[in-house]
Design a protein around this ligand. Structure first.
Ligand SMILES: Cc1ncc(C[n+]2csc(CCOP(=O)(O)OP(=O)(O)O)c2C)c(N)n1
Ligand SMILES: [Mg+2]
Length: 948
């Protein structure tokens, strides 16, 4: 007898329609039925009328154990009546014996355990499996060809190179993908964006193999798998939209990122609908395929409650539970499927377990003892892995052999038949049933836990073995076995070359495959950019920032004003997506709560405590702000969903993600990197930036290096503006480049919270602001000794004050320059120098930096609220070298003035550095420097914050 999943009582089928009519029948001893048989029949819902004495059995609602049933009393009465009749007819001794027998049977009957898991069986019982709508035989042949090509691609690439690749992951997941491709994944049409499928990263060979069979990729592509730089181009190792912009949509291979992105993507799809920005014929589903080992990443499981909270029934995760990761078993001593089931059920997801294939159905049907399930529950994943690598005789002995009843159960099967009994994830029928239930499920996201075998079909070459993840080579014998197992039409004389195989165009398989994809709307994966350009505001529309301010303001305040203006802009306002991880009040953005509302799928079900205030906490179904709570990973996932909406949905959304700058790439750097790969657009604002500007907070908060992190991302333009007008110029230009001209780049801007009078924009500096450096304030022209001070962010004020001190006390004329982006200056200089190297006989090109500074006399000093490596990026191109001051070392909590002296980035430190640079060039005497150190009160023996 099989118990039912989901905590249902053992008597009633889910839905329970027959249950209302159940009757327990009492009969007398003159009949030959055994008590055991009668009870079993009753548990199975079968009614046997023996002596016409009917006792109604109450229905058991789904989800309730019989004992908890309101009508449990009637059960008591029924059983009591049976008991009394037995006593009367059989006598006390025989009744006791019969009851003991029953008690023994009860002990062996699996019951839903209290707690988060259900028995280790398929969630969908056989009786509820829908008929399979496809041609199983044709689909199997297509799948075999895809399997072969996926394997061949990796083996071929590694026969001549050492570029690597994975065979085993796709081998274990082929059925999971093929059932999706033939029956579920919908392609993109004019009024439907297509289902969004996150393919497991290292299963990529399978996706390429299918695209090849479909005719979308050529043999030369497969031939050059992982050899992208080969002549004619090749295929990238994993899903990378940056490298294959017409194919891949979603990067997934850094474990955990695909899952969290898919979660926030599903939520973002709801956001777009709620705000009326898309009109779809149907809602797309978001499918994410991931590994069981991948579930150990905090990004995978750390945000799943969002799915249930927001009722994301547009989201389906398929976890390929092949029980193995790279080194060995995921949970050798436990059961990963049960562990994950508990986690997801606890988080409010719909869980569908696909554990056993159809071969097992018959055994379950015939097992009256409950021992089959008991044995399955006893075994740990390490045992199951072993059953894959050992012959059937081992499974017979070790698994079935533990109980004589089980051995009997498989008497009719040969060892080979036992070995071949499928796991659920390899059985299209079971997978189809799970997918269908998942797409039809309402109100919750669904996770399908599909049990598979890693390296399925590789046999001796790696099936189920611990080394299988790394397997990239197969010898001829193994190739022949693979061919035989999947019946692939490759002849003996060429098999050693692992040739690719394409189905003939007029073959039934080819016709079937194309017809299925056509019926489902087109091929997948495919990335298409159809978003229209936006009427972005011109610089003149932001003119108020160019005038400066009379009162003191920070660049964060300038940002808030800028965002407010842009949100009201007719051309782009509605496309803006402000994203905040619970810091809106810190940044002064709380005014926006009321203005544009915070998105909530549920609206606002309560009266906010501050309802009577002007700027109350306003949640709304069509709210524009994504207030993510304290999750930088989740916020980045939203940034990426919004920033790729131009490609995913053809709707050019403009994310403005503002966060505590220290908790950017330092916290979730891999997601920042991925934003480049996925070609996300938008603006990142690292607020409370600057190791000394964010005073008081100390070591964990004071950021002095994320600008350097951001500089490493090829598609990112990092800026460190000092003034509101710089911010406005940069944002206006970014909007133009990304959303009018269609460049697939993103911006990072630091924002600081130091208040000062914002100056008006000097004439003609826009180009310099965008390129990274411009002269903000020249020094006095009547002094001969010359210095140049580069400042960025609020520390331009150290440079400005130093300019005064240098002129007044040391007769040095210092020009102050605003350095808005060291990375962009460096990239331009590198480009030029490289071109000159490769064109040695042509007139050399001059970088922007060289054009700007070549004729400037004197010395150059840079001061930054970031580590010295940030300005040092341009040192090689500075005439006579660059002396940098920066905030290397751990932060401290103290006042700005003390911090700046401590890190040696205050005006006095700038003066001393400029004088020293001049002395090194013999432009002044060293005694001047010594005097300045004394005059300016700097302790030459003070502690230096940099440790090693
Ligand atoms: C963040 C991260 N860490 C490590 C890896 C290296 N890696 C690639 S695949 C893999 C094992 C994956 O196991 P699982 O998720 O179970 O997938 P399977 O291949 O078994 O389907 C590892 C450790 C990675 N890609 N990303
Ligand atoms: Mg795995």
């Amino acid at each position: 007898m099989r118990s039912r999943p989901e905590g249902r009582g053992p008597v009633v089928q889910p839905g329970g329609h027959a249950a209302n009519r159940h009757i327990l029948l009492v009969f007398t001893g003159k009949f030959s039925f055994t008590w055991r048989r009668i009870f079993a029949l009753n548990l199975a819902g079968v009614i046997v009328n023996v002596d016409k004495k009917e006792i109604p059995v109450p229905p058991v609602p789904a989800g309730a154990a019989p004992a908890a049933n309101q009508k449990g009393d009637q059960w008591d009465e029924s059983l009591q009546a049976v008991f009394e009749q037995a006593l009367e007819n059989q006598g006390p001794e025989r009744t006791a014996m019969l009851l003991e027998k029953l008690a023994e049977q009860l002990r062996r009957t699996p019951r839903p355990k209290p707690g988060p898991t259900t028995p280790y069986i398929n969630t969908i019982p056989v009786e509820q499996q829908p008929p399979y709508p496809g041609d199983r035989e044709i689909e199997r042949r297509i799948k075999s060809i895809v399997r072969w090509n996926a394997m061949a691609m990796v083996v071929k690439a590694n026969s001549t190179t050492n570029v690597g690749g994975h065979i085993s992951t796709f081998a274990s997941a082929a059925t999971l993908y093929e059932v999706g491709q033939n029956h579920f994944f919908r392609g993109r049409t004019d009024r439907f964006p297509g289902d969004l499928v996150y393919f497991q990263g290292h299963a990529a060979p399978g996706m390429y193999a299918r695209a090849f069979v479909e005719g979308r990729l050529e043999e030369r592509h497969l031939q050059n798998f992982r050899q992208e730089l080969a002549e004619g181009g090749g295929l990238s190792s994993y899903p990378h939209p940056y490298l294959m912009p017409h194919f891949w949509q979603f990067p997934t291979v850094s474990m955990g990122l695909g899952p969290i992105l898919s979660l926030y993507q599903a939520r973002f799809n709801r956001y777009l609908q709620a705000r009326g920005l898309v009109q779809w014929e149907e809602e797309p589903k978001v499918w994410a395929f991931l590994g069981d080992g991948e579930c150990d990443e905090p990004e995978t499981l750390g945000a799943i409650t969002l799915g249930a909270r927001e009722n994301l029934d547009n989201l389906i995760w398929v976890i390929n539970c092949n029980l193995q990761r790279l080194d060995g078993p995921v949970r050798g001593n436990g059961k990963i499927i049960q562990e994950l089931e508990g986690v997801f059920r606890g988080a409010g997801w719909n869980v569908i377990k696909v554990i056993w294939g159809s071969d097992w159905d018959d055994l379950f049907r015939r097992d009256r003892s409950g021992l089959l399930l008991r044995r399955m529950e006893e075994c740990v994943d390490g045992d199951y892995q072993k059953y894959c690598v050992e012959p059937g005789s081992y499974t017979r002995r070790h698994f079935f052999g533990k109980y004589p009843e089980l051995l009997e159960l498989v008497n009719h099967l040969t060892d080979e038949q036992i070995r071949k009994m499928l796991r659920g994830g390899h059985d299209p029928q079971k997978v189809y049933a799970a997918y269908k239930a998942a797409v039809e499920h309402q109100g919750q996201p669904t996770v399908i836990l599909a049990k598979t075998v890693k390296g399925y079909g590789l046999g001796e070459a790696g099936e189920g073995k611990n080394i299988t993840h790394q397997q990239k080579k197969m010898n001829e014998k193994e190739l022949r076995e693979f061919r035989a197992r999947f019946n692939v039409p490759i002849s003996d004389d060429v098999i050693a070359e692992t040739p690719f195989y394409r189905l003939p165009p007029d073959s039934p398989e080819m016709k079937y495959l194309l017809a299925r994809r056509q019926a489902l709307g087109g091929f997948l994966p495919e990335r298409k950019v159809t978003a229209p350009p936006l009427p972005v505001p011109g610089r003149e529309e932001l003119a108020e920032f160019f005038k400066g301010s009379l009162t003191e303001a920070s660049t964060t305040m300038a940002f808030v004003r800028l965002l407010t203006i842009l949100l009201r802009h007719k051309g782009i306002g509605k496309y803006l997506v402000p994203i905040i991880p619970d810091e809106a009040r810190t940044f002064g953005l709380d005014a926006l709560f009321k203005d544009v509302g915070i998105y909530s799928a549920k609206g606002q079900l309560y009266e906010p405590v501050d309802k009577n205030s002007l700027l109350y906490y306003h949640e709304a179904r069509d709210g524009q702000i994504l207030e993510e709570g304290i999750t930088e990973a989740g916020s980045m996932a939203s940034f990426i969903a919004a920033g790729t909406s131009y490609a995913t949905h053809g709707v050019p959304m403009i994310p403005f993600y503002i966060y505590y700058s220290m908790f950017g790439p330092q916290r979730v750097g891999d997601l920042f990197w991925l934003a480049g790969d996925i070609r996300a657009k938008g603006f990142l604002f690292g607020a409370t930036a600057g190791r000394t500007t964010l005073n008081g907070e100390g070591l964990q908060h004071q950021d002095g290096h994320s600008l350097l992190h951001l500089s490493t991302i090829p598609t990112c333009l990092p800026y460190d503006p000092a003034f509101g007008f710089e911010l406005a110029v940069i944002v206006a230009d970014g909007l133009r480049r990304m959303f009018a001209d269609g460049e697939e780049i993103f911006y990072y801007l630091t924002l600081y919270n130091e208040n000062y009078v914002q100056p008006p924009m000097p004439a003609g500096v826009e180009d310099g602001i965008l390129k990274g450096l411009y002269r903000f304030k020249p020094g006095p022209s009547d002094l001969k000794i010359k210095a140049h001070l580069f400042g960025s962010g609020p520390l331009i004020r150290s440079a400005l004050k130093a300019q005064e001190i240098l002129a007044e006390r040391y007769h040095v004329s210092a020009d102050v320059w605003s350095a808005t982006s060291y990375k962009l200056l460096r990239s331009d200089a590198i480009r030029c120098r490289r071109w000159n190297m490769l064109h040695p006989t042509e007139p050399p090109r001059k970088s922007y930096l060289e054009q700007l500074l070549a004729r400037e006399p004197g010395v150059f000093v840079a001061v930054s609220d970031n580590i010295r490596a940030v300005p040092d990026q341009i040192a090689p191109w500075i005439p006579g070298g660059l002396f940098t001051l920066g905030t290397d070392g751990f932060g401290r909590s103290d006042t700005r003035a003390r911090l700046r002296r401590f890190f040696e980035v205050d005006a006095e430190s700038v003066v001393i550095a400029a004088l020293f640079a001049l002395a090194e060039k013999n432009l002044i005497g060293r005694d001047v420097v010594a005097r300045a150190i004394k005059d300016l009160g700097v302790d030459p023996e003070k502690l230096h914050p940099q440790l090693v």
